[in-house]
Every structure is written in C-alpha cells, then in structure tokens.
Design a protein around this ligand. Sequence first.
Ligand code: NDP
Length: 319
Amino acid sequence: MNYIQTKVVITGGTGMVGNCIKTEINKDLNSNRIQYEFLSSKDVDLSNREAVLNYFKNKKYDYIIHLAANVGGLYKNMNGNAEIFSSNIKINENVLEACLKNDIGRGIFCLSSCIYPSKPSKFPMDETMIHEGPPHPSNEGYAYSKRMLEMQCRQYNEKYDTSFICVVPVNLYGPYDNFNLKDGHLLPMLMHRFHITRKYDEIVAYGTGKPLRQFLYAPDFAKIILRILFDTNVQGENIICCNNDEFTITTVVHNILDVMTMDKKNLKWLTEKADGCMKKTVSNKKLLTLYPDMKFTNFDDGLKETYDWFLNNYNNIRK
Ligand code: NDP
C-alpha cells in the first residue's frame, strides 16, 4: 500500500530522552506510518553551521524534536558556564536556521525548569515566568542559552507562522541516563557513586540535603513529547512538564539507598559542598489542563527501573 510517510527528525537521539522516545515508538504498531530519524553528534555536529545546513538539505523532514544540548549536573554547569552557553547557542541557532530553510514548521524544543529565575515572585512558577529575573548563577550559561531558544522560537512563530513548542521538563532520570561521576545529574551520579562505594564503611552525599527538587521519569517525558507533537490543539507555546511530586535532596538520597538496599546509617553529608538553587518549584497546571488523563510513574518505581537498567547495562553506560 502507498501512503505518504511523515518524517520526524530527533536531534540528541542518542541521549537519555532520545532513547526513551525510541523505546516508546517501538511499542506503537502504527509507527511505520511515521519515519523517525534519531541523530547523534556523529551524524552531524550541530554546532557547525555549514554541516547542519548541508545535513538537513533535501531530507524533507516534516517535524523536529530538538533535544541535543550540552547538558550536565550542578558541577559541570558551575565549571563550564562559558562553554555550555557557547555550544548551546550555536546548536540552537543552527537547528532553527535549518528548520526555516527546509520548511520544518512544527517541532518540540527542549528547555528546562532550572532556567527559571532563582528568586521568583511566586511559587509554583508557571510558563509566563521564564524571563522574570536572573537564573541561579551556578548554571547561568545553560539557563541563558535555553532562554534564548525560547525567545527565538517565540519570535519565529510570530514572524514565520511556525509552530515551535517549548517543553520545560524538571529533573529527568531513567534508563540511558548519564551516570558520569563528575558531569552527570544529581540522581544518576548519586546512584553510581553509591554503587561503587557500597562496600565501604562510609558513603557520601554532597550539600545540606535541604534543596527541593521535582523529578520526572524520562519515559514519561518521552510520552508527553510525542503526545504534544501530534496534538494539533497545541500550537507554538510553552508547556511545563512535571508530575505533582517534590522532594528534598535528603528524601531523594534516602529513596535511592532504599532501592539499592543500602544502609542509611553509613551516609555522611559533606555540607560544605554547593547546594545549587534551594527551590525551583514549577506548575503542571497547563499540562494537566491539556491532558487530564496523564499518568505518571511513581518515583520509587521509576528509581527501581532505573537501578535495574543501570545494573543490567553497567558495562556500556556513560560513566
Ligand atoms: P543527554 O546528555 O542524555 O544527550 C544529549 C544528546 O545531545 C546526545 O544525543 C548527544 O549526542 C547530543 N549532542 C550534544 N552535543 C551535540 C552536538 N554538538 N551535535 C549533535 N548532537 C549533540 O541529554 P538528555 O537526553 O538528558 O536531555 C535531552 C534534553 O532535555 C536536553 O535539551 C536537555 O537540556 C533537556 N533537559 C534534561 C534534563 C535532565 O535531567 N537530563 C532536565 C531538563 C532538561 P552524542 O550521543 O553523539 O554525544
């Protein structure tokens, strides 16, 4: 049978979220009507303008999911603000230019809740508050690069009638995460550190444990992205993606230790280490108004699945 195939390109297709999208579409029996192309930096270095424009030329993509970014945890951000800003600005500018030049009029662009102001006028923060004040200094390079992406998508939607939708996830975790002990995000980094120090008398966590954080299981985020991409009721706008949970870092650490069946009495907090932003609560009101039936994975179940994946794939993970 002959039918026109819709083509979707996913930048950052080899990362955690890209892989979770791949897993999700593999479950969908109708997915052969849609052709997905998952890009890695080996296919094209998105920070290289000429390479990007050449790569996208004549590919006839209909939609884009733009995930690729120079991204990492608190310590990578603190040490790399300049480089992170520069590479993400280039990546985003090149990708947007390639979209315009190749008639890709609809797409999902990925921001992050940690780009929000560090001292907002109210909690929870909503979609209108992204630019309300400066971000936390620990990640200002990452935050401003993502804020510029939001501004550009909005300007292009106005001027070129595109429908570029910015999704704003909270901390993500799950299979395919980056478990690197230096550059990774809090949760995978802790899981890895606890794993390798399991046999010692003392295990350590950094900071006071007091900051509050929201977490979304990356496979849930993958489902949200696909749902929004094909939902014609959603046009160029921003949507925060999170569930209703918020935990202190202490609770997160304790839950990880429980899932790993490790004893909390061996835990020591290095309180002189940086905490990062103390609170950055965002609201899922808009997401749940759009999709009142949205289901989220329970935090402990997500942690368990992540830990199983980590153990089963230990030899090949990013560490
Ligand atoms: P990962 O670190 O797992 O993956 C990053 C991806 O970007 C990889 O596929 C990588 O390709 C690609 N990439 C990086 N630089 C380039 C480049 N110069 N050219 C081409 N590709 C490049 O990221 P996540 O899946 O965790 O994150 C996806 C999105 O979600 C990002 O935009 C991130 O900012 C955002 N986000 C993530 C959060 C989290 O907790 N992880 C929280 C909030 C937002 P390669 O594999 O070849 O290196």
